[in-house]
Design a protein around this ligand. Sequence first.
Ligand code: PLP
Length: 404
Amino acid sequence: MKLPIYLDNHSTTPCDPRVVDAMLPYFTEKFGNSASRNHSFGWEVEEAVEHARKQIAHLVGADAKEIIFTSGATESDNLALQGIVAMYREKGDHIITSATEHRAVIDTAKYLEKKGVTVTFLSVDKAGMVSPDDVRNAITDKTILISVMLANNEIGTINPIAEIGKVAKEKGIIFHCDATQGVGKIPVNVQEMGIDLMSFSAHKIYGPKGIGALYVRRRAPRVRLEPMIYGGGHERGMRSGTLPVPLIVGFGKACELCEQEMATEAVRMAKMRDRLQEGIMGAMEEVYLNGHPTERLPGNLNISFAYVEGEALLMGVKEIALSSGSACTSATLEPSYVLRALGVGSDLAHSSIRFGIGRFNTDEEIEYTIDRMLKAVTHLREMSPLYEMAKEGIDLKSVQWAAH
Ligand SMILES: *Cc1c(COP(=O)(O)O)cnc(C)c1O
């Protein structure tokens, strides 16, 4: 076994070597511009792009023409929200989303709020799930968009997307889903789920960084978007710019591999995840699972270790790459807004660790991680006066702390 161990696969994943092999010729021999219609250099790469588009579309039950390439899911989320608001503003000025969305949706929604759009941020239940009834009840005659994520990047909770899609269809409202964590790991079908717009990204599924897609429904309804980037009219005019052919070829290959291996891979990852969960939670007191006990991504495990600071714990297990709270907010010392939305208190939110198991993890690495976590948590608790007091039966809430 090699150290360090990578257990942060919700942040990003390594490229699968098979993906790299597929990409390599497109940096050198096959370097053409796919928009060059006049020579074979252009034709051969256009063919490669269209093949990748089919591989990507097939994984999610879409038509290849409905896939718009972007630089990643952040851009896809921005294009979906900003593009719909700009296109349909005269129809209404209200959008509905949830409190636990990725920052790419939350921050875009907040920007739109500043521009005069009314945004409803739906609360979630204690497992992190959005209720389809809450979505229905939030709809007004001014609602032009519903945006709810498929699977959460911190706690892995999987939302009832097909039911929410049904509500959206019933009311004739466009439905966007940030499916970045779900695509390639659990079955996704834009038809069955009633999705009109869907964001996803290659680097979360063993493809390269810098390429993503926005699925844009072409019929029933035909969704139109105001572009954010103008130029040569690429991607049906919705996203101009010369296509990054090697990245697109890699994205296509990554999707094909996921489609072929997802079923067996999900079983293998869930098994490792369950072993990790049992190995830690079965051996320690005052550890709490965050997220949904069953409706959860197969590789996700998020645990709060009471009386232990998440950041301190990560420092204690430096040879294992993990994340405390959300990777995107760990630059600040705010506790994770996702955990807060579930009703997790500030202390336990600060004590949370996210494990993200991926394709290249092994059973041996999981056993090593269990052992190291148990030792590190025990060590930190031994040094914690709070833990000592709690063990002596002192109710910490009743303690009068000196002012500082
Ligand atoms: C990673 C992630 C994003 C951002 O994707 P990029 O391709 O890195 O821009 C958006 N939403 C979710 C749920 C994610 O996990």
